[in-house]
Design a protein around this ligand. Structure first.
Ligand SMILES: [Zn+2]
Ligand SMILES: [Zn+2]
Length: 205
């Protein structure tokens, strides 16, 4: 699995280009990410955009990137209606109006797209997802867990700390070596240990 991290500003979520055809999260500014993508692929090679959740810093640029590439947008069904809502998408925190995003694919969790499995991980938002590749033991963790035992906040619209703890517990059952979180640095080995630490920290919070 080839993964290229794209991060356009300190406020943007990390976007990950996977195998040159899949984008996991987008960031806010479609113009920036389209020019970044163009350095790595022909734009119409992009097939899918997975949004790990509805928040604007992950999703705001999605319609523009979908228009420029023809890629389909996939999001969990519990977050789909929240994408265009300035409170639920947290776009108000960035002083922005979230764009209307009409997903092409509504996820429930459990689906497989090539080597990637969708795991429903509510808590940060109702429809948060992680994507897991069991062959390379790679997890795209969105805003559910980050490096060094950090975890997603639950004080925003639709957040729920007991659901978040349940979701992190679900992730501890996976075998994860490399972890690509929605913010911060990539964990390059033994991510299992950091996810266990996140579970401990979230449980004590
Ligand atoms: Zn985020
Ligand atoms: Zn978020």
């Amino acid at each position: 699995m080839q993964v290229i991290k794209i991060n356009n500003s300190p406020y943007d979520a990390n976007a990950y280009l996977v195998n040159g055809t899949i984008l996991i999260d987008v960031g806010m500014d479609s113009g920036e990410i389209i020019s970044e993508l163009g350095k790595h692929i022909a734009l119409d090679d992009l097939e899918m955009i997975f949004l790990t959740h509805c928040h604007y810093d992950h999703s705001g640029g999605a319609p523009g990137v979908a228009r420029a590439t023809g890629a389909k947008i996939a999001v969990h069904k519990n977050d789909a209606s929240l994408l265009g809502n300035p409170d639920a998408s947290a776009s108000r925190l960035f002083g922005k109006k979230s764009p209307i995003i009409v997903p092409d694919i509504l996820l429930s969790g459990g689906e497989k797209f090539g080597e990637l499995e969708i795991i429903h991980t509510p808590g940060h938002t109702p429809g948060g997802i992680c994507l897991y590749d069991p062959i390379s033991k790679t997890l795209f963790s969105g805003d559910t867990v980050f490096q060094d035992g950090s975890f997603g906040r639950t004080d925003l619209y639709g957040g729920n700390s007991s659901e978040l703890i349940g979701s992190i517990r679900k992730l501890t059952l996976l075998d994860v070596n490399i972890m690509y979180p929605g913010h911060g640095e990539i964990v390059v080995n033994n991510a299992n240990e950091q996810i266990k630490l996140s579970l401990l920290m979230a449980s004590q919070f």
